[in-house]
Design a protein. Structure first.
Length: 605
């Protein structure tokens, strides 16, 4: 079954690539052949295969039957001798929010009468003196509140070697022998007590599992950008993750958090060496999670992802700039994998997984090259074909290429947006759309999300292309601290971050005007968002934009309609803490408040 799933997915992507090659050849060769035509055909074939691969994951997920693990069973397989440590790495982040997450999980475990089986370890890499002092203060409050419920430890490293992976490695070296399992979280992770118990149950029931990965749902977004990401993660991602699970089998992914590992397996299999040379390609491995999953598979351990297990949450970036900063680190980490693809002993599928990760960040430069080649190509032919004889009207293709050109365009659109509408249809048939406000609201949200992602994509294309070029040229991006608050990005800040994207959009339009005026309408959907990137970044980053999206009835998710138990516990704890803390100003309290948008929710349709 696993072989068939992989074969169908790969064959589907290759078939789409071959079809795109044939159609693009008929279109690009219609006015003669030149070297750039061959370049464009190759770029389009590779990009189409990549898009089709993502589509195959969604289609596989639509057909994938869940294993009935949607709700964690209440049966406890926990053994007193098999203790579990819950690791919470932090790095220059708001300790009040992170520690309130820990307090909520402690209380959730206490309600499940399982607190004695779990210890919490806060692994701090914080290096800013004011944040260090604040962490220690909040840890005292956390320890006092949670005493006699679960053991909670705090340790801060002065030397941040290896970043998060190095911190976890240090913990395993010094304290790992005391624990059978490790649940690895991020600073913004939040999990139900029953989910934590079920993760241990899975490990207890199958001694061959080395790592069990949940699918975290994004919660508590308050901006237009954040809520669009949150909706996509809650509505679309489960289908893609089901497809991923059906092709990965027991060689599944590790996303670095909201997962449980068998301590012995992790300790004996996942030691990460520093790569020879300097960053960005040398030094400590940034995208360590995929490497650790591959090393576990190499050692014969099962690595499993279960998209159906509920009660696993995280928060996401609230604006494009913070999203791009995080993406820049992922880009560098994934490109480091070019040095690991040929590592001895890895399974073929793990090598393929590394290649997928590399391709994820190679796709944007390829599209950028395709745009450049398409603008320059018309200057190399002796006779220029006017595709727009009537300005402002639909393009007129040569008769011999007309059908193929529209077929190619429609095919690309179907690959990009087709799976999303199929997910809406599946939700209608299964009744899952009711959790998102009903099928009409889900369809409306999907429609707006497609439009927004089409506007947002050209901006991210430039961020990813720049990141790729910086890394290739040897620039190290480091490991910036995450900002998970909904702080509006001012127009000045957004312009400083994206002025070069504005110039790129203007360059595209100017080049089309002088070199290929017949293509100017085709490139407007790319260039216009880039030209207005600063304004889009600012507008989509405000909390008001999030309220507007809610009032429009879009991007609603189940956790906004009915927050889970642990979410309500965490909100209550954080609100009380902030009210009791005289040092917090009203503005700071508002920034840290994680309550909902305080807008009447649309009725379920």
């Amino acid at each position: 079954m696993l072989f068939i799933s992989r074969f169908i997915s790969i064959a589907y992507a290759l078939l789409i690539a071959i079809s795109a090659t044939q159609l693009s050849a008929q279109v690009f060769f219609a006015d003669g052949k030149d070297i750039l035509d061959y370049v464009r055909i190759a770029l389009l074939a590779i990009s189409s295969a990549w898009i089709a691969w993502g589509g195959s994951m969604a289609l596989g997920g639509l057909l994938f039957q869940n294993n009935g693990s949607k709700n964690a069973p209440q049966t406890l397989l926990l053994k007193p001798e098999n203790r579990t440590a819950i690791l919470v790495p932090v790095y220059n982040e708001d300790p009040s929010k992170t520690f309130s997450h820990i307090a909520a999980m402690v209380q959730s475990l206490e309600i499940a009468e399982a607190g004695r089986f779990f210890d919490f370890a806060i692994l701090s890499d914080t290096n800013q003196p004011d944040v260090i002092a604040t962490e220690e203060q909040w840890f005292d409050r956390l320890s006092t509140e949670c005493q006699n419920k679960s053991n909670i430890f705090y340790r801060r490293r002065d030397n941040n070697v290896g970043k998060k992976a190095g911190n976890i490695e240090d913990f395993i070296r010094t304290s790992g022998a005391a624990y059978e399992y490790l649940i690895i979280l991020d600073a913004d992770s939040l999990m139900e007590g029953d989910t934590l118990i079920e993760m241990v149950n899975r490990m207890e029931s199958d001694p061959e599992i080395g790592l069990f990965q949940t699918l975290p749902k994004v919660i508590r977004a308050r901006t237009w950008f954040g809520r669009s990401i949150q909706f996509a993660a809650n509505y679309f991602s489960p289908s893609f993750a089901r497809g991923l699970a059906s092709t990965q089998g027991t060689e599944g992914p590790f996303w670095g958090h909201n997962a449980i590992v068998r301590t012995h397996a992790f300790a004996t299999s996942c030691g990460l060496p520093a790569l020879k040379g300097k960053p960005p390609f040398g030094g400590h491995i940034l995208s360590h999670d995929y490497v650790e999953a591959a090393l576990l598979s190499r050692a014969g351990w099962k690595v499993i992802v279960d998209p159906e297990l509920q009660g696993s949450y995280e928060e996401g970036p609230e604006n494009i700039i913070d999203f791009a900063k995080r993406d820049r680190r992922w880009c560098q980490g994934n490109l480091q994998h070019t040095r690991l693809v040929g590592a001895p002993g890895l399974t073929t599928w793990c090598r393929f997984t590394f290649t997928q990760g590399i391709m994820a960040y190679l796709a944007s430069p390829l599209w950028a090259l395709f745009i450049i080649a398409s603008i320059i190509a018309p200057t190399l032919v002796e006779t220029t074909t006017n595709y727009f004889p009537n300005p402002g009207q639909h393009p007129v293709f040569p008769v011999s290429a007309q059908t193929q050109a529209f077929t190619l365009i429609i095919g690309v659109l179907v690959l990009l947006i087709g799976p999303k509408f199929l997910i809406v249809l599946r939700g209608l048939l299964t009744g899952e759309n009711r959790n998102f406000g009903g099928s009409l609201i889900a369809l409306w949200s999907t429609f707006v999300e497609i439009i927004w992602s089409s506007i947002f994509a050209p901006i991210m294309l430039m961020f990813q292309t720049r990141a790729f070029l910086e890394i290739v040229l040897g620039k190290d991006g480091g490991w910036p601290a995450s900002n998970r608050e909904a702080d509006t990005v001012g127009l000045k800040e957004s312009f400083q971050a994206s002025w070069w994207i504005t110039l790129s959009g203007l360059a595209i339009m100017t080049s089309c005007w002088f070199l290929a005026p017949q293509l100017i309408y085709w490139f407007m959907p790319i260039a216009v968002p880039q030209i207005f990137s600063s304004i889009l970044i600012t507008l989509s980053s405000s909390q008001m934009s999030g309220k507007i999206s809610a009032l429009m009835g879009i991007f609603w998710t189940p956790m906004e309609y009915a927050p889970s138990d642990v979410m309500q516990i965490q909100t209550s704890i954080l609100t009380r803490w902030l009210e009791e803390t005289d040092s917090n100003s009203p503005d700071e309290t508002q920034t840290s408040d994680q309550n909902s948008l305080n807008i009447d929710k649309p009725s379920h349709a």
